[in-house]
Design a protein around this ligand. Sequence first.
Ligand code: GLA
Length: 385
Amino acid sequence: MSAADRARQAFAEAFGGQPEGIWAAPGRVNVIGEHTDYNEGFVLPVALPHTTRAAVARRDDGLVALVSAQHPGDRVELPVAELAPGRPDGWAGYPAGVVDVLRDRVPGGVSVLVDGDVPAGMGLSSSAALSCSVALALRDLAAPELAVADLVDVARRAENDFVGAPTGILDQSASLLCTAGHALFLDTRDRGSEQVPLDLRAAGLELLVVDTGTTHDHATGGYGDRRRECEQATERLGVRALRDVPDVAALAPLDDGTPEGGVLLRRARHIVTENARVLEVVRILRETADPAAIGPVLTAGHASLRDDFEISTVELDTAVATALEAGATGARMVGGGFGGSAVVLVDAGRTGTVARAITDRFAQRGFAPPRAFAVVPAAGARRLA
Ligand code: GLA
């Protein structure tokens, strides 16, 4: 049975009727450009083949009814008028947040069944897949004048204002705007974007996602701290955004000899060097026939996230170091940090060796078994039926 048919059937079981349509939105893996999005910088994500499907129908009783195949028994039903930040919370907060942003368009309410296979809490943007699938559905059904690019902000507002996770626009842009076979080079300041061809297989390479099994939650803790530190550095430097800092030398004023100044210097240095890495990777992909050359740039990105931004974990560092020892071309942690996944660029013939080396090392160190899978750049959000 196709994913669309499964969603249709689950919708019928949950709500006793047919959906008006079925939409899918993918998770993402970011090739490079981490934590640059809320600093008005550059990102370069690809969409995953893994998606969330949303089967949706409008109602006429004013209720939002939400069911997830991944959380059976956890049915949420409340009047549209009673949606408020944190109510509902958990997985339901994402689709509810989208309905809340577009509440004028669905005054009669809406039934939503979601079914997805993007691993949750692994730095692969399962939350964006969830909110973007519902945003595209509501656009097609009730807000046709909105462009897909407008939905980036609908989904971001759901996440920022309703769920309370202070994220940027990387994940939502990737889920909505990526195309198969390409990485999305996005300037998060002016939203200009370019689809950069990324055919790793033709170059004999594979992009391996290594899920370390350690989860994160961006609504709490470290992610918000990093965002605040970047804001403080921006203020002290007197620039509009860290994007505007031309080079590392221009960060010198942050280094005032205090521990706090040292922290801000390191955080800002990550952003400045990471923006340069995005531009370098895009240059390599555009101008050379050698995508393997991006490997060392990815590895440098990991060192920066580990040492300057300080958001890696022992599991992520172990995965990256082991991949490189086993012959990978490049490796780095991906996403918001404090857990989640690493991405490894590797010669196709070595994928098995690298994956085994990581699994063995994790076992030796007493970590939970990692899960590795190869990905090719897949399509962004779309209507399935
Ligand atoms: C999370 C956020 C994004 C972005 C990344 C880090 O995925 O949702 O907005 O900041 O972390 O690059």
